[in-house]
Design a protein. Sequence first.
Length: 316
Amino acid sequence: MQGVAGLCDLLFVNRQTGSRANRAAANRSARWAWGMAYPIGNAHRWARLLGWTTLGGLLCGFVGPYGSFIGNPISRLCFWVAVFWAGTFILWPSVTSAIAFAERRHLPALFAGAGTTLIACIPLAAFAALICSLFWPVHASGIRPHEWYVLTLILAAPSVALALWLENFRFAGARKAVAGPVRAGAAIEAEGVESAARLPERLLDLVLCLQMEDHHVRAYTSAGSQLYFASMRDAVNQLGARGLQVHRSWWVAQAAVRGAAGDSRSLQLKLSNGIEVPVARARIAAIRAAGWLDPLPAVPTSQPHAQQGAAWGTAR
């Protein structure tokens, strides 16, 4: 019955319920992480960007750079707000898409952002020249095309850098904190690993031993083994007094011990599923105090287990 229950747990809990929940959580986390990174279609992001660019346009309208101070104050404000808004709609999608592409391809993000800014300033300069010719035809006619480009780039480059810092790079730590688990969760899902960060409650009484594997824990039952995305410390705390951690990488249930082999320098515990678990020298005293090294009684339901118990008693 214990083996059937363990098999049902491995098939049902790990493969169905846990997998669906983990896929849904990973998808939600992935969407959130992408929204924190470069959300071109995020309404809240656009509202903030247009708010900042409107403020920048109003500031330039009051200051009147590039000789625009001689114009009417209303026309100055309208011109600079229009230029800054056009720069937002041209530069932001272009630069952020280029940086996102570069990060996915493991290319220099700074190079991608700077190159895209240089290219995107061409249509922005053309737009600024067109709007200026509508407001101040005489002043616009005295500026050459390459001068429009340079003047546009002088304002656009620091504006793009400031917008990227305000909207993206200050959230870099949060993006990495989210993206890392998302990538780990995707890899775990691909390998069929339970990523709930803890053992299922139904499995606690069925676990014979735990083995640490990097950032995962492999739980052994009479029906087989399964990987879980959890730390050994959390799993041991969850199992409580059902057993002891006999090694940095191993935890053993007391009910699973069928014997021992070796000496104090290389002691191993023999378990009911046939696994031999190494015991750290520092843990031998705790195992001996728990009575695990006392002669074990014969197990009537398993002849090999009875022979192991008798052999261990003889050795003692």
